[in-house]
Design a protein around this ligand. Structure first.
Ligand SMILES: Cc1cc2nc3c(=O)[nH]c(=O)nc-3n(C[C@H](O)[C@H](O)[C@H](O)COP(=O)(O)OP(=O)(O)OC[C@H]3O[C@@H](n4cnc5c(N)ncnc54)[C@H](O)[C@@H]3O)c2cc1C
Length: 1017
C-alpha cells in the first residue's frame, strides 16, 4: 500500500431542534480521551438525548485519545507512532460494545479497510513470560485457549462463580498437559500434584458447594495444606528443573488465589473486593500460601508490569478483580491486537460518529484553570488557553492513509492562521511544558457557555488546573495525594529482517516481565502493511516495547524534562539493544557479541551502528495528564466517583475515578465515561459493573493523643518467644449460646451473628518474653514480658444475605482475660476490646509442660452493698501424673466433641484445621461508657482481629491430667458464663506450643450508630 494522504473533511452535520423544544443543556467536556469520548457517545446515543444535550469537547493540541492516542508520521511513510503499546483484553465488554456500535454507525462500505470491529482487531493468545533464573533469562511460553466467540455483543460478563470455575478448569488443564510431561520422577511430587488436582476437580464439579462459606473455607484450608506438602516435596527439584518449577509456580500462584478467595469470602454474591484494598497484592498472596519462588517468578512480575506498578504495588482487591476478569471472563481470546494504530482503530471512528451526531470539537483549547463560585460549591468558570485559530472556524483533524482516517503527527498547519509560525517553531502543543503562547485566553462561564461539565483530563494534571477544587475539598486532597501516577516509556523498532521468533516463540507473541523499563514486548509486524511502506523500502518486521519509568512517588518535573527524558531513554535503549536483544530476538543478534546487529534495524538514511536508533521511535510519557494511573494499595477509597465530584455541575470521567473497577485500562476508562453519562441523566447499560459497598458516612477520626506511660500503644502487636499451654474443657452449649447472644449478637442487632462452634472452651495460658508494638513509631518504646491467661470460646460467624445462616468464619471469643501487666491490659481493652484485668501469676513449669499455675487478683465474692472487694484466687491449674492412655490432641477432642454436637464432620475437621493453621481470628465487644448517659455506650462495636503465627518452634500434646479449679466469685462467673462445673474440672486434653505471633489491627465488623450527647435508641 502506498502513502496516499489527504485531509478528511469533517462532516458538520448538526442536530435540528424544533422551535418549541426546551433549550438544550450545554455540556463542556474537558479532554478527549477514552472516558470523555465514551461519555459523549452515551449522551448522544438516541435522537432524544441529542435533543437534550449540546456537547463541546475542549482538547489541547490537534488530536484525541490521550494516553491511547497514536499518530501517523507523515514524513516517514505514515508509520504508526503510539503513545505506548496498547492491547485490548477479551473481557473489555463495555469498550468492545461501544466500539462495535460506533463502527456500525460509521457504516463503512463492506470491503473498505477497517469496515467492522472484526476487521479492526486480531485475536491473540500467545504470551511469553520472561524469568531471570540462575541460568539467565528463560522464556516461558503460554498459549491461552481461543474460540470463535467475540466480545462486544452487549452480553453480561460471567458470574463470579462461573469465572472461578473457568479459571480453576484452566489451571487443571494446564497441570494436566504440563505435569504429563514430567510426572513419574518423584513419587511424593506426583502424589501431591494428584491430590491437588483431585481437590480442584472436586471444587468445580457440578453441584460442588463452592458457595457455602465454611465448606469453601475448608476446601481453602485443605488446598493450602496440600500446596505446602507439594512445596516440601518439590523444593529440592524446583530450582534445577525449570518445568517442575513452573508447575509449582502455577499451582502455588493460582492455589494461593483460590485459597485466599475462599478464606476471605470472595466467593458468592456478597464478595467484597474493596475490603482488600489496604492489602498489597503480593502480601495477600504470601498470606495465603504463595512461596517466595512464586512471588519472584515471571508470572507474578508480568502482572505488575502489565499495570506499570512494579515497586509501587497494587491493592489486592483490584489486582484480583482484574486478574479474574482477564483470565476467566474473556470471549474469543484473552488478548486482541489492533490491526492499525489505536488512533485510527478507536479514536477517529469515535470522532467521526460524534461529529456526525453534532458534538463540537474545539481543538487547540488547553484548559488552564477551573474556578469555583464564591461559596466554593459550584464550578463557575473554566479558563482556557486557545493555542491556534482554524481559518475556517472549524479544524478538521484527520488525514486519510490507505483509505483509513488517521491522526497526523503534527497539526495540519495549512488549516491554521498561525500554521506557518507553528511549523517553524516546532512547538509540541500536546506537551504540558510547551511554551507556545496562547493566542487567546477564554473564560467559559457557567450559564453563558456551559451548564454542566465533564472533567476528562487525567489525574496527574489536576494539581495544575484544579488547585481551587483541591483546596476546597479534603476528598480531592486525599485523592491527589493517595492515587498515584507514573511515567511510562515506549519504543518502536522497524526491522530490515523478519522477526521470526521473538523470545523463542514464532507466534508473534506478547512478551512480559523482561528487563525494566522495557519490560513488555510485542511482535507487531502485522502493522507494517497498513503503514505506508513501499515494497522497495524493505521493512520486514515491527517490534514494540513499553514499560514504566521510575515510580509513582516521582514528582512531576517543574521544568521541561523532555530532552533529558529522551536522552535517558536512548541510553537505556542502547544498553538494552547491546545486552539483551540477543535473548529477545536471537535472529537479530550478533552471534559473537550477543547484542543487536545494527543493520537489522531499518534505517532509510542508511546510518551505521547505534546511529540507526535515530530512525526508530522512542517516547517518554511524562506530561502530568499522560502519566499512567496506578491502583496502589489503600488508594481505592480515595478515588472519587464520576457522579460524586462534590461540586455542583461537575461530573468526572477517566480511569482515575472511582467506578468499582479502578484499574488503569481502556475498559475502566469506558466504564467511567458511561457512569459520567449516567450521572448526567443518560440511560446506560454498564456490563460487569462492580457494586459499590455501602459505606458508613465518612467520619474524619481525630488524632489519638499519646500520653507516655499510658501504654495503649498502636497495633500491630508482636509477641516473641511465646510458650503457651492450652486446655480443652467441656462446656454447656446453652450457656455458650447465651454468652454470645449477650456480648455479641444483642449489641450487633442482627448485623452479624455468632453461634458456638463446639461444646467446649479452651483455657489458654501464654507467657511471652517480649511483647511490643510493631508500629514503626511505637516500636521505639521497648518490649516487655507478658503473661496472658484467657478462656477461648470457639464460635462461627454466620454469613448474611442470600446465604445467611451459613457459617462463614471460625472465630474465638474471649470473655475473661487475665494479664500480668498494666500495659497489656490498657492496649487490649482500649484498642481491641479484650476484657483484660491485671492479676498476679505464679507459674511452675516442668520442661515444656505446665506443672502448676495460679492467678490471684481483685475479686468480689458476692455482690452486695456491704461487700468489700479483696484479693483472692481466681484460677488454678495443677497437673498430676497418671498412668493413662496416650494423650489426645485438642484437635482430636474437638473433632469428637463437634460430632457429638450434632454438626457435620466437615465442621469439626474445619475447626481442627483452623487450629492447626497459622492464624486465629478473635472477636470482641469493644465499648466505652458514655460520660453523661452512663447506662449508654458512646462507642460500641464488634471487632475482629487476626493473630498470625510468625515462627513456630515446636508444639505437642501434654501428658498427665490437668485440673482447673476456680473460686466462687460473683465477679468471675465462669460457671454461669461458660457452662462449667462448679469449682473446677479436669481438662479433656492439653497441648503446648512454642511460637512467635503478630496480632494485627482490628476490623470493625459492626459499629452501633451513636451521636455524642444523645442516647442511641
Ligand atoms: C504506555 C501506556 C500503555 C497502555 N497500554 C494499555 C493497554 O495495552 N491496554 C489498556 O487497556 N490500557 C492501556 N493503557 C491505559 C489506557 O491508555 C488508559 O487507561 C486510557 O487511555 C485512559 O483514558 P482516560 O480518558 O481516562 O484518560 P486520558 O487518555 O489521559 O485522557 C485525558 C484527555 O485530556 C486531554 N488533556 C490533558 N490535559 C488537558 C488540558 N489542560 N486541556 C485540555 N485537554 C487536556 C488529553 O490530551 C486527553 O485527551 C496504557 C497506558 C499507557 C500510558
Amino acid at each position: 500500500m502506498g502513502t496516499s494522504t489527504s485531509p478528511v473533511e469533517g462532516s458538520s452535520t448538526t442536530v435540528e431542534g424544533s422551535a418549541s423544544a426546551p433549550p438544550r443543556e450545554r455540556i463542556a467536556i474537558l479532554g478527549g480521551g477514552m472516558a470523555s469520548l465514551t461519555a459523549a457517545f452515551a449522551l448522544t446515543d438516541t435522537p432524544a438525548l441529542r435533543e437534550r444535550h449540546e456537547l463541546t469537547v475542549y482538547q489541547d493540541g490537534w488530536l484525541l485519545g490521550g494516553k491511547g492516542a497514536s499518530v501517523r508520521r507523515m514524513g516517514s511513510r505514515a508509520r504508526i507512532e503510539e503513545h505506548g503499546l496498547h492491547i485490548w483484553l477479551g473481557y473489555y465488554e463495555n469498550a468492545f460494545t461501544l466500539l462495535k456500535r460506533c463502527y456500525e454507525e460509521l457504516g463503512r462500505p463492506p470491503g473498505a479497510p477497517m469496515a467492522t470491529l472484526r476487521d479492526a482487531f486480531l485475536k491473540h493468545s500467545a504470551i511469553v513470560i520472561e524469568e531471570q533464573t540462575g541460568r539467565g533469562w528463560e522464556p516461558w511460553s503460554v498459549n491461552f485457549q481461543e474460540d470463535d466467540d467475540w466480545p462486544g455483543d452487549g452480553r453480561p460478563l460471567p458470574t463470579f462463580v462461573e469465572s472461578l470455575r473457568r479459571s480453576v478448569r484452566q489451571v487443571i488443564e494446564y497441570v494436566r498437559t504440563f505435569w504429563g510431561e514430567i510426572r513419574g520422577r518423584r513419587a511424593e511430587v506426583d502424589d501431591a500434584v494428584g491430590q491437588v488436582q483431585r481437590l480442584l476437580e472436586g471444587a468445580v464439579a457440578p453441584g460442588a458447594p463452592l458457595l457455602l462459606g465454611a465448606v469453601a473455607r475448608a476446601v481453602g484450608d485443605g488446598l493450602r495444606a496440600l500446596l505446602a506438602r507439594l512445596g516440601d516435596a518439590a523444593r529440592r527439584d524446583v530450582e534445577v528443573e525449570p518445568r517442575l518449577r513452573r508447575l509449582w509456580v502455577v499451582l502455588n500462584f493460582f492455589g494461593s488465589i483460590l485459597v485466599g478467595a475462599l478464606r476471605d469470602g470472595l466467593i458468592g454474591p456478597n464478595a467484597d473486593f474493596e475490603a482488600l484494598d489496604e492489602v498489597e497484592f503480593g502480601d495477600w498472596l504470601r498470606r495465603h500460601g504463595a512461596s517466595e519462588t512464586t512471588l519472584s517468578s515471571g508470572l507474578v512480575k508480568a502482572f505488575y508490569h502489565l499495570a506499570f506498578c512494579d515497586g509501587d504495588g497494587a491493592g489486592a482487591g483490584l489486582a484480583l478483580l482484574g486478574m479474574l476478569r482477564m483470565f476467566t471472563c474473556y470471549r474469543g481470546a484473552v488478548f486482541y491486537k489492533m490491526r492499525a494504530g489505536m488512533g485510527e482503530t478507536v479514536f477517529s471512528p469515535l470522532y467521526e460518529v460524534l461529529r456526525r451526531r453534532g458534538v463540537r470539537f474545539e481543538f487547540f483549547h488547553r484548559v488552564r484553570r477551573l474556578e469555583l463560585s464564591a461559596d466554593r460549591r459550584r464550578l463557575e468558570r473554566i479558563v482556557v488557553g486557545r493555542q491556534a485559530t482554524p481559518r475556517s472556524g472549524e479544524y478538521h483533524p484527520l488525514v486519510e492513509v490507505g483509505g483509513i482516517p488517521c491522526w497526523p503527527d503534527a497539526p495540519l498547519h495549512d488549516q491554521l492562521v498561525e500554521g506557518e509560525a507553528l511549523a517553524r517553531s516546532g512547538a509540541d502543543l500536546a506537551s504540558f511544558w510547551c511554551d507556545w503562547p496562547d493566542v487567546e485566553r477564554r473564560t467559559l462561564r457557567r450559564g453563558a457557555d456551559f451548564d454542566r461539565v465533564i472533567l476528562g483530563i487525567s489525574l496527574g494534571a489536576l494539581p495544575f488546573i484544579a488547585s481551587e477544587l483541591i483546596e476546597a475539598s479534603p476528598r480531592w486532597q486525599r485523592m491527589v495525594e493517595h492515587v498515584k501516577t507514573v511515567r511510562t516509556v515506549s519504543m518502536q523498532l522497524w526491522l530490515s529482517e523478519p522477526v521470526g521468533r521473538l523470545a523463542m516463540s514464532s507466534r508473534a507473541p506478547v512478551v512480559g516481565a523482561f528487563r525494566r523499563p522495557l519490560e513488555t514486548w510485542a511482535d507487531m509486524t502485522h502493522l507494517a502493511p497498513v503503514e505506508g511502506w513501499e515494497a522497495g523500502d524493505g521493512v520486514k518486521g515491527v517490534l514494540y516495547a513499553c514499560g514504566q519509568l521510575g515510580s509513582g512517588d516521582d514528582p512531576v518535573s517543574p521544568r521541561d524534562p523532555r530532552a533529558e527524558d529522551l536522552a535517558e531513554l536512548e541510553r537505556i535503549a542502547l544498553d538494552f539493544l547491546e545486552k539483551d536483544m540477543g535473548h529477545i530476538w536471537p535472529a537479530g543478534a550478533d552471534p559473537g557479541r550477543g547484542g543487536l546487529r545494527w543493520e537489522a534495524l531499518f534505517d532509510p538514511e542508511g546510518r551505521a551502528g547505534p546511529e540507526r536508533l535515530r530512525a526508530q521511535y522512542l517516547r517518554v510519557n511524562a506530561s502530568p495528564s499522560d502519566r499512567y494511573v496506578l491502583s496502589v494499595a489503600g488508594s481505592q477509597k480515595h478515588r472519587i466517583a464520576p457522579g460524586d465530584a462534590g461540586f455542583e455541575g461537575l461530573v468526572l470521567a477517566g480511569d482515575w475515578t472511582r467506578t468499582g473497577y479502578d484499574l488503569g485500562c481502556i475498559e475502566a476508562a469506558t466504564m467511567s465515561g458511561l457512569q459520567a453519562a449516567r450521572a448526567l441523566g443518560a440511560p446506560v447499560t454498564i456490563l460487569g459493573e462492580v457494586p459499590r459497598r455501602r459505606e458508613a458516612p465518612r467520619i474524619e477520626l481525630p488524632r489519638y493523643v499519646d500520653r507516655p506511660g499510658e501504654m495503649a500503644l498502636r497495633s500491630p502487636y508482636v509477641l516473641e518467644d511465646v510458650w503457651m499451654t492450652a486446655l480443652a474443657l467441656r462446656a454447656r452449649p446453652g450457656a455458650l449460646r447465651a454468652l454470645l447472644d449477650r456480648y455479641l449478637n444483642t449489641p450487633a442487632r442482627g448485623h452479624v451473628r455468632y453461634i458456638p462452634a463446639a461444646p467446649l472452651v479452651v483455657l489458654a495460658a501464654s507467657f511471652s518474653e517480649r511483647a511490643f508494638s510493631g508500629d514503626p513509631e511505637h516500636r521505639r518504646v521497648g518490649t516487655m514480658p507478658e503473661a496472658d491467661i484467657a478462656f477461648w470460646v470457639p464460635a462461627w460467624a454466620l454469613g448474611r444475605g442470600r446465604f445467611g445462616g451459613i457459617p462463614e468464619r471460625l472465630v474465638w471469643f474471649l470473655p475473661h482475660v487475665f494479664v500480668s501487666t498494666g500495659a497489656a491490659a490498657a492496649a487490649g481493652r482500649e484498642v481491641y476490646g479484650f476484657p483484660k484485668s491485671v492479676v498476679d501469676v505464679e507459674l511452675r513449669r516442668a520442661g515444656r509442660a505446665l506443672d502448676h499455675l495460679s492467678i490471684t487478683g481483685e475479686v468480689i465474692p458476692r455482690f452486695s452493698p456491704e461487700t468489700r472487694a479483696g484479693r483472692g484466687r481466681i484460677l488454678e491449674i495443677s497437673r498430676r501424673e497418671v498412668e493413662a492412655a496416650p494423650p489426645r490432641s485438642i484437635a482430636e477432642v474437638l473433632g469428637e466433641l463437634t460430632g457429638s454436637f450434632g454438626q457435620p464432620p466437615s465442621w469439626s475437621t474445619s475447626i481442627a484445621r483452623r487450629l492447626a493453621a497459622n492464624e486465629v481470628t478473635f472477636v470482641f465487644l469493644k465499648q466505652f461508657r458514655d460520660a453523661e448517659h452512663t447506662d449508654r455506650a458512646c462507642y460500641q462495636a464488634i471487632i475482629e482481629a487476626t493473630a498470625r503465627v510468625q515462627a513456630l518452634r515446636g508444639h505437642g500434646r501434654l501428658p498427665g491430667a490437668l485440673r482447673v479449679a476456680w473460686g466462687d466469685h460473683d465477679s468471675h462467673p465462669f460457671e454461669a458464663d461458660l457452662g462449667l462445673e462448679p469449682g473446677g474440672q479436669e481438662a479433656l486434653a492439653a497441648a503446648w506450643v512454642d511460637f512467635d505471633f503478630v496480632l494485627e489491627p482490628g476490623r470493625e465488623v459492626f459499629r452501633a450508630a451513636s451521636r455524642p450527647g444523645t442516647p442511641a435508641g
